[in-house]
Ligand binder design. Structure first.
Ligand code: GLN
Length: 453
């Protein structure tokens, strides 16, 4: 049914970069046979899933939305993908994304943007807009994402779906094409809170192949989603997120959701996190710095594309590298490599990268102080509903501002979730509410999310 749906609508939505109909059907049939033989299978066995193209999949192309990796077929699976396969989940295909996960709209994909199923002239969020569009247009019941600054939560918000960024280290990064290693975190996308929890459980867990993986069991997210209990829960509304610059309809729906939690017995207070005002600035120094280093491996020798410089008989390695990186990277990726290289250069390191790291510590302290008083924090997920394709493409700063509410969680490593909070009155488009919890207390996201559903 999902393959039929893809054939019917993906020509318009463009959620997928690659569809593996044969592979998905083979897995589905194998699961059917095992079930018929009386074998006890995992809860999600036979449930198809779409995989963000940032994750390596053995035998399936993995481009990360880039020209640089066009045609690359990895010889191994990311740990997350291995977990999906172990659970017996058929992989429908790979979803579109901004090139190397840099962006908030999928417009930076080297293969053209995905479209928002609510309005095909609008963006489905980014960088994981292919996953959110696939789930929102019923082309997959579940999808994977990665969230470095909001790429699971913001797409969920603007497509009316659910997405979680787990605690940093809660889901293995092994086999993900790295953007900023200290911020990257893989997580689940789905249409309901319980579905998201079930997928979270499959994706998570300790992995010795990722040195920052947390050696602890996955928090009890499925139980929490089933119980949906918020009685006596202390909830903090972040004063710095949700005021000026947020669309009126986004704020209204947010306030309604908060009122709904109060009705169900939660206690709500306002909490101030003053350093959040500097989160975006710190992020756009730390992220480009780490990205410039991670992307150095695309040197025309080891992976993907190789372009020979024109009119040179015996080019040097450096000339080949320069020609390849010039042709293989898009403008946003080049912008960030230049920014990051600058921020890390001697003489500027302390002023930029060093200062940004200090702000990062202050943000973590703001969270710690807040969590002394409350169990979870709330804010709108994104300042606006889905904007029109092309609207922010020439203005990087306007694009970056989309992640103003999601970035603090990445800088501090704490978990966050976006769930739908209704349609904005002025444009009839989905809005999202963001729930944040302390590290390794991911289950709290699901208690609150399920209570609001
Ligand atoms: N939109 C943010 C950025 O461009 C977030 C990216 C992400 O989470 N992968 O960096």
């Amino acid at each position: 049914a999902y393959l039929d749906r893809i054939a019917a609508v993906d020509g318009q939505v463009h959620a997928y970069l690659h569809v593996d109909a044969e592979g998905a059907l083979t897995t589905a049939r194998a699961v059917d046979a095992r079930r018929a033989a009386g074998e006890r299978l995992a809860t999600l066995a036979g449930v198809p899933i779409a995989v963000k193209d940032v994750m390596t999949t053995r035998g399936l192309p993995t481009t990360c939305g880039s020209r640089m990796l066009e045609g690359w077929v990895p010889p191994y699976d990311a740990t997350v993908v291995r977990h999906l396969k172990d659970a017996g989940m058929p992989i429908l295909g790979k979803t579109n994304m901004d090139e190397f996960a840099m962006g908030s709209s999928t417009e930076h994909s080297a293969y053209g943007p995905s479209r928002n199923p609510w309005d095909l002239e609008r963006i489905p969020g980014g960088s994981g807009g292919g996953s959110s569009a696939a789930v929102a247009s019923f082309q997959a019941p579940l999808a994977t994402g990665t969230d470095t600054g909001g790429s699971i939560r913001q797409p969920a918000a603007v497509t009316g779906t659910v997405g979680t960024k787990p605690t940093y280290g809660g889901v293995s990064r092994y086999g993900l094409v790295a953007l900023a290693s200290s911020l990257d975190q893989a997580g689940p996308c789905a249409r309901t809170v319980l579905d998201t929890a079930l997928l979270h459980e499959v994706m998570g867990g300790h992995d010795p192949l990722d040195s920052t993986s947390i050696d602890a069991p996955v928090p009890p997210v499925v139980d929490a989603a089933r119980r949906a209990d918020v009685t006596g829960l202390r909830i903090g509304v972040v004063k710095e997120l949700g005021g000026e610059g947020y669309q009126p309809g986004v704020r209204e729906r947010f306030e309604e959701s908060v009122a709904l939690l109060v009705e169900q017995g939660a206690e709500v207070v306002e909490v101030s996190c003053p350093s959040f005002d500097y989160a975006l600035a710190a992020y756009y120094l730390i992220l480009p710095s780490e990205a410039s280093s991670n992307l150095a491996k695309f040197d025309a020798m080891r992976y993907g594309m190789r372009v020979l410089p024109e009119g040179v008989d015996a080019p040097t390695a450096e000339q080949v590298m320069a020609a390849t990186r010039d042709a293989g990277f898009g403008p946003e990726v080049k912008r960030r490599i230049i920014l990051g290289t600058y921020a890390l250069s001697s003489g500027y390191y302390d002023a930029y990268y060093g200062s940004a790291q200090k702000v990062r510590s202050l943000i973590a302290q703001d969270f710690e102080r807040a969590y002394e008083k409350v169990d979870v924090l709330l804010s709108p997920t994104a300042p606006t509903t889905a904007f029109k394709l092309g609207d922010k493409l020439d203005d990087p700063m306007a694009m970056y501002l989309n992640d103003i509410a999601t970035i603090p969680a990445n800088l501090a490593g704490v978990p966050g979730m976006s769930i739908p909070s209704g349609l904005a009155e002025e444009d009839g488009l989905p809005t999202g509410i963001q729930i944040l919890a302390p590290a390794m207390k991911d289950e709290r996201l699901y208690s609150v999310g399920a209570a609001l559903e």
